[in-house]
Design a binder for this molecule. Structure first.
Ligand code: AMP
Length: 211
């Protein structure tokens, strides 16, 4: 099963993807995670991407598409993928269609996790991540509740950058909602609920597709 997770930054895509990996054994590909690792490792890609990421802007399509072409061909994707944070532009969505077509793997659904922007600003400004295992928590977590690792705040989780990221989402990424609706692949899910409730709906939606 190949799934695109759509939704504004902070809508809960990463949290839902982590549950899907645990539950269904799908391969989680987060372009944001790949880019953050590249920045940390100071690779050529990381050096080119950092400035855009710090400002909350999109990294240019050519870089992202090149990176994804390589990633999606790796053997761990054969059972199915959950794409989190990709595609983010119509150009990327068309490139993804071509990649999947070449691999003879259809896209099964685009799940939109829908959350009000003001809820997102509050959520992201208090979001913390674990340096060790990547667990997504909140400012209330003194240490990672999963592995005890150190929690940190992402450089781009400050209010000004969050608001820019939401503007970028509106302009560049939200047109994908109509794109996937046009392909008859869009399923919208109310993301402004407890993550477990959101997940129950995500799961029943995916089980429905399997039938
Ligand atoms: P995320 O972790 O998905 O919120 O992504 C963090 C940042 O990485 C974004 O604000 C962008 O700067 C960059 N990024 C991640 N995925 C993409 C993408 N598909 N296209 C362009 N930039 C991306």
């Amino acid at each position: 099963m190949n799934i695109v997770l759509l939704g504004a930054p902070g809508a809960g895509k990463g949290t839902q993807a982590a549950k899907l990996v645990e539950d269904m054994g799908l391969c989680h590909i987060s372009t944001g995670d790949i880019l953050r690792q590249a920045v940390k490792d100071q690779t050529e890609l990381g050096k080119k991407a950092k400035e855009y990421m710090d400002a909350g802007d999109l990294v240019p399509d050519e870089l992202i598409i090149e990176m994804m072409k390589e990633r999606i061909q790796q053997p761990d994707t054969a059972k199915g993928v959950i794409l989190d944070g990709f595609p983010r532009t119509t150009t990327q969505a068309v490139a993804l269609d071509n990649m999947l077509h070449e691999l003879n793997r259809p896209l099964d659904a685009a799940l939109l996790i829908d959350v009000d922007p003001e809820v997102i600003v509050k959520r992201l400004c208090s979001r913390r991540m674990c340096r060790e295992c990547g667990h997504i928590g909140t400012a209330a977590d003194a240490a990672c509740p999963v592995c005890g690792g150190e929690m940190y705040q992402r450089d781009d989780d400050n209010e000004a950058t969050v608001r820019n990221r939401l503007d970028v989402y509106d302009k560049s990424t939200s047109p994908l909602i109509d794109y996937y609706r046009g392909c008859d692949l869009l399923v919208a899910i109310d993301g402004d609920r407890d993550p477990a409730e959101v997940y129950a709906e995500v799961k029943s939606t995916l089980e429905g597709l399997d039938k």
